[in-house]
Write a protein that binds this ligand. Structure first.
Ligand code: CMC
Length: 427
């Protein structure tokens, strides 16, 4: 028998098995707890709860390690492409050259949207946030692609996964085009996944668009850095939505809605807005004091993480990529100096040191994205685009798991106990 944990509930002892992963903390299997003790566990925010078994992504937050299928994020960012990393996440192993070519070809051939979706876009106000459009359009895909929504069929799941990964750049670029009043640009199959996205976003029908290789590489790397992040809020949302048997397009729309929040994917937009508000390095101490003040809701956006209690390894790559993009585009941004100085001051401040608050992936991403030409409102949409592969890989893993059950948390009820209804005239 493996390790057990003993629990004494009401004078009776119960044994609970300890399950071991390949690496990382063991988990106490409490599935029988309620049946045996009549008690639930209480863990709002899931700070101590593993909600599923997964073989996709591993994070060691104390050491600042992030692995996809065992490969460190730094190595993938340096040597891989977003398409190759997507294949890895979906299939478990790095592809051969032929497998990668086939995968890229398949994704490329799913990039177009049903033409009627153009009318769907026209229903939005021009000043709609791109994430509002993304939630709506991705959810609407289920009304257009009925032939791939039988989730019990692995082939359907594969096709809808490919469709989602392939169409996301087209959807995000169209959200941008709509906001600036320019015509939608159709995909061009000659280009890479990322080159295509840049052309659909910044190209116009009147002119040839030339993809700048350094920008394409930086953008592709940003996609790799956002591809998956184990059981974060939006991924858990996708899993929970999918656990009821909902179709994948609806599930990913739910993930997009969750990602939008400023504590999650919306932090990249919030981080750049914060840097703009701070403006120059001399104002930093004032904002540091505000971040430390319990009576002030202000937080340093792009700082802190539920899991990383060390430098976010994605932030390291992001910081390096800022310089590469600046060099390639021959631009600078004084906000980068402000960000570097803010990081230095925060990392030497006892408040941030004690609470182990370090820059996360969002701290530098906004600076790069704005240098490339994206408005801040697009930042979270780009995160959604890249995270789609993680969402579909996690969703597929969940549906393929024979032990999969509908997600149904319990609660600690603190409302009124049963009482009789009082007619309105007697209240
Ligand atoms: N600035 C100032 N204080 C902070 C910050 C911050 N950015 N983050 C956490 N703290 C403090 C917080 O006030 C709390 O203090 P105390 O223990 O005295 O009450 C302590 O640190 C722990 O914070 P928490 O909110 O209990 O931690 P959490 O794990 O629930 O929250 C977080 C994690 C990411 C939501 C939070 O750090 C935060 O709001 N950061 C800013 C938003 C951000 O950058 N989010 C992007 C996350 S990375 C991208 C992604 O995965 O989406």
């Amino acid at each position: 028998m493996g390790d057990q944990v003993k629990l004494n509930a009401g004078g009776t002892e119960f044994d609970y098995p300890v399950l071991k992963g390949s690496v990382g903390p063991d988990v106490i299997d409490i599935r029988k707890l309620y049946a045996q003790t009549g008690k639930f566990t209480y863990d709002p925010g899931f700070t101590s709860t593993a909600s599923c078994e997964s073989a996709l992504t591993y994070i060691d937050g104390d050491e600042g390690v992030l692995l996809h299928r065992g490969y460190p994020i730094g190595q993938l960012a340096e040597n891989s492409s977003f398409m190759e990393t997507s294949y890895l996440l979906l299939n478990g192993e790095l592809p051969s050259a032929d497998e990668l070519a086939t995968f890229e070809n398949t994704i490329t051939r799913h990039t177009m949207l049903h033409e009627q979706l153009a009318n769907f876009y026209r229903g939005f106000r021009r000043d709609a946030h791109p994430m509002a459009i993304m939630c709506g359009v991705v959810g609407a895909l289920s009304a257009f692609y009925h032939d791939s929504t039988d989730i019990s069929d692995p082939e359907h799941r594969k096709i809808s996964s490919h469709r989602l990964i392939a169409k996301m750049p087209t959807i995000a670029a169209a959200a941008y085009k709509y906001s600036v009043g320019q015509p939608f640009v159709y995909p061009d199959n000659k280009l890479s996944y990322t080159g295509n996205f840049l052309r659909m976003t910044f190209g116009v029908p009147a002119e040839e668009y030339e993809v700048v290789p350094a920008v394409e590489k930086a953008m592709d790397r940003i996609f790799i850095l956002h591809a998956d992040h184990e059981q974060n809020a939006s991924t858990s949302t996708v899993r929970l939505a999918g656990s009821s048997g909902a179709n994948p397009f609806a599930c990913i729309a739910a993930g997009i809605a969750c990602l939008w929040g400023p504590a999650h994917g919306g932090a990249n937009e919030a981080a750049l807005n914060m840097l703009k508000e701070i403006g120059t390095p001399d104002k930093i101490p004032h904002y540091i004091e505000r971040a430390k003040d319990k009576n002030d809701p202000f937080r340093l956006m792009g700082f802190g993480h539920r899991v990383y209690k060390n430098y976010d390894p994605r932030a390291t790559v992001m910081q390096k990529t800022v310089r590469e993009v600046f060099d390639a585009l021959k631009v600078t941004d004084p906000l980068f100096e402000t960000a570097l100085r803010l990081e230095e001051i925060a990392l030497n401040d006892p408040y941030f040191v004690e609470k182990k608050l370090f820059p996360n992936v969002d701290f530098y991403s906004g600076i790069i994205l704005s240098a490339i030409g994206f408005p801040t409102t697009m930042f979270t949409a780009l995160f959604a685009l890249a995270r789609t592969v993680g969402w579909v890989a996690q969703w597929n893993e969940m549906i393929s798991d024979p032990g999969q059950k509908i997600g149904r948390p319990r609660q600690l009820y603190t409302g009124p106990t049963q009482r009789d209804f009082v007619p309105i005239g007697q209240r």
